[in-house]
Structure formats: structure tokens, C-alpha cells
Design a protein around this ligand. Structure first.
Ligand code: F6P
Length: 329
């Protein structure tokens, strides 16, 4: 069946590069003579018929913009069967031959639901958490990481002057990829991630003590929000050793800003590929990056895959802070 009309939506936590991706979907569709509708506010928009027809110019000057011009939402109604049926009715009413959904794991579970009702759907991973296991890369991660790195570099200047300890909380409710990457990039004393329950004495205090013994005068502790609150950890440090840590919660700052080149290019290629897949008659697939290239994976299989922060990253971090050599000596 030839594709005549498709829809595109962004859902869940926004990520820098989503606009570049929407732009690529729209322009690839139009390039192939396929009409494209933007569905606003994610699955809520699909339920309510909140849609707008997009042309080439609708997405002009968006490749460099953070956020999402289509808005984003987490729809509770779409989790119900009734909500899903309404969304399917909208698809049928609009005559959509397929939908591209851009977001994280919740977005893909939504895609699965639509697919069960016979709607052709392709997912594109976009989340600053980078926690979709079937892909090496999710749109938004690079920008968010660089935003956090930039903020922490600034913090380090003042920490160094005052010989202080900083506890910085980065995003990542269930995943520590962002925290670990950022921690390595800023030379953190310790990084706490949700996947690896930490021992406060050994993983924080001991690391600070060892760093002190080596002559370090300021200490950076990076905490993924899912591992614990920066305020709690700072208080525990204060109660345990002679330091008065300052707390910084980077929060939603990490989700905004101009997407990096890496995010724009990945977003553009993934948007292009999603439309190609729909054109080939494929459905219920997610576009993934693998070893420098791109593949597509069944959404169900993709959601079942597991990927975690690597042991190697933990080892590298220990080596950089010198904690291992002191233990061994
Ligand atoms: O998009 C992922 C994420 O930023 C998580 O890292 C964070 O826990 C969550 O979204 C915050 O979501 P909300 O937008 O609801 O505050």
C-alpha cells in the first residue's frame, strides 16, 4: 500500500534534537510526496485530534532549536484501553497510514499499543537519559551531557578557590548513563548511579579521604537523581567528615538548549530512516544506532533488551581519582 499521509509526535520528557527529528520526518515525507501531520502534545493530542498539517516551511529554523515545536506530554488517558481506542479513531479519521513517535521507553510502549490496533508505527529514541537499550544512542544525550559538563566546569572554578566539596545532582531517574559520562568528563571524585546501589562509607567518604591523602583540595560528587538526593548526600558528608559541601541540582536545565551537531545529525538521519521504513511497509520498529550505522529493531524486542553503565567506566573513574592504587598499596 502506498503511503499517502503520516503523522509525527513527540512524547515524554523532551530532548534537544527532537525538532531536528520532526523536521527530518516532515521533509522526508514531503520529498516522497507523502502528506505529514504534526500531532501536538504526544498521545494526548492523538486522543483529542490536536493536529496540524505541516509543510516544508513549518519546520524552517527548527533544526537548531531545543524543546519540541509539537509540545510533549505524558498522557495517563492513553494508558487506558478507552484512550487507545480514541487515538486509533483519530488515526482512522485523519487517514494516517503511519505514525512516527519520538521519545523514550514510555513512548515506545504507546507505539506498541497502537500497533496492536493495526496502526503502522515507527519509534525514534530521544531521551537525555540515553536509556533505550536497543540503541547505542538516544537523541538529546550529547546536548544534555555537554550542558551538564559546562555547568560543572563553572562550579569547579569556585570549588577550587574555596577548597570545597560539591555534590551535583544530574537527571536520570532509572539510569546513570548521563551521570557516569558527565562524571568522567568533569573528573568527578565519585559518581553515584541508580543501577549500582552504593555504600556511602566506601563509595563516597573513602574516595574523598583517599583524594585528600593524595593532596586534592576540592571534591566533586556527581549523583544521578535516581541514586539519591544531592541534599541528603551532602548532609551525610557534612555529618561524617570535616567538609561543608555545596549542593547543585542541575534539573531541567539539562533538557533545554541548542542541540549539538551530533544530536542534529543523528536526529536528521533517524527521522529520514523512520519514513523510509514506513514506506517499505514496516511497522512496530524502532530506529537504532549500532557501531556507527543504523538498524531497526522490533519494538517489543527492543524494550526487552538490557544495557547498563559499564564496569569499564567505573574502573576508569577509580583510576582517575587514584583510589584503586591507594587500596592496593
Ligand atoms: O526525560 C527523562 C527525564 O529527564 C529524567 O531524567 C527525569 O527523571 C524525568 O525526565 C523528569 O521528568 P519531568 O519532566 O516529569 O520532570
Amino acid at each position: 500500500m502506498a503511503m499517502k499521509r503520516i503523522g509525527v509526535l513527540t512524547s515524554g520528557g523532551d530532548a534537544p534534537g527532537m525538532n531536528a527529528c520532526v523536521r527530518a520526518v516532515v521533509r522526508t515525507a514531503l520529498y516522497h510526496g507523502i502528506e505529514c501531520y504534526g500531532i501536538r502534545r504526544g498521545y494526548a493530542g492523538l486522543i483529542n485530534g490536536d493536529v496540524v498539517q505541516l509543510n516544508e516551511r513549518s519546520v524552517s529554523h527548527t533544526i537548531n532549536r531545543g524543546g519540541t515545536i509539537l509540545y510533549s506530554a505524558r498522557s495517563k488517558e492513553f494508558m487506558t484501553e478507552e484512550g487507545q481506542r480514541k487515538a486509533v479513531s483519530t488515526c482512522k479519521f485523519l487517514g494516517l497510514d503511519g505514525i512516527v513517535v519520538i521519545g523514550g521507553d514510555g513512548t515506545f510502549r504507546g507505539a506498541q499499543a497502537l500497533s496492536k490496533y493495526g496502526i503502522n508505527v515507527i519509534g525514534i529514541p530521544a531521551t537525555i537519559d540515553n536509556d533505550i537499550s536497543c540503541t547505542n544512542y538516544c537523541i538529546g544525550f550529547d546536548t544534555a551531557a555537554n550542558t551538564a559538563i559546562d555547568c560543572i566546569d563553572k562550579l569547579r572554578d569556585t570549588m577550587q578557590s574555596h577548597e570545597r566539596c560539591s555534590v551535583v545532582e544530574v537527571m536520570g531517574r532509572h539510569a546513570g548513563f548521563l551521570a557516569m559520562y558527565v562524571g568522567l568528563a568533569v573528573g568527578a571524585t565519585a559518581v553515584l548511579v541508580p543501577e549500582d546501589p552504593f555504600d556511602f562509607e566506601q563509595d563516597v567518604i573513602e574516595k574523598i579521604r583517599r583524594a585528600k591523602l593524595k593532596g586534592f583540595t576540592h571534591f566533586m560528587i556527581v549523583v544521578a537523581e535516581g541514586a539519591g538526593s544531592a541534599a541528603d548526600i551532602a548532609k551525610r558528608i557534612k555529618d561524617t567528615i570535616d567538609l561543608d559541601p555545596r549542593v547543585t541540582v542541575l534539573g531541567h536545565i539539562q533538557r533545554g538548549g541548542t542541540p549539538t551537531g551530533r544530536d542534529r545529525v543523528n536526529a536528521t538521519k533517524m527521522g529520514y530512516l523512520a519514513v523510509q521504513l514506513l514506506k517499505e511497509g514496516k511497522t512496530n520498529r524502532v530506529v537504532c544506532t549500532r557501531e556507527g550505522g543504523y538498524v531497526d529493531v522490533d519494538i517489543e524486542e527492543g524494550l526487552a533488551m538490557k544495557r547498563s553503565v559499564q564496569e569499564m567506566e567505573i574502573d576508569v573513574l577509580d583510576a582517575m581519582t587514584g583510589s584503586i592504587s591507594l587500596t592496593d598499596n
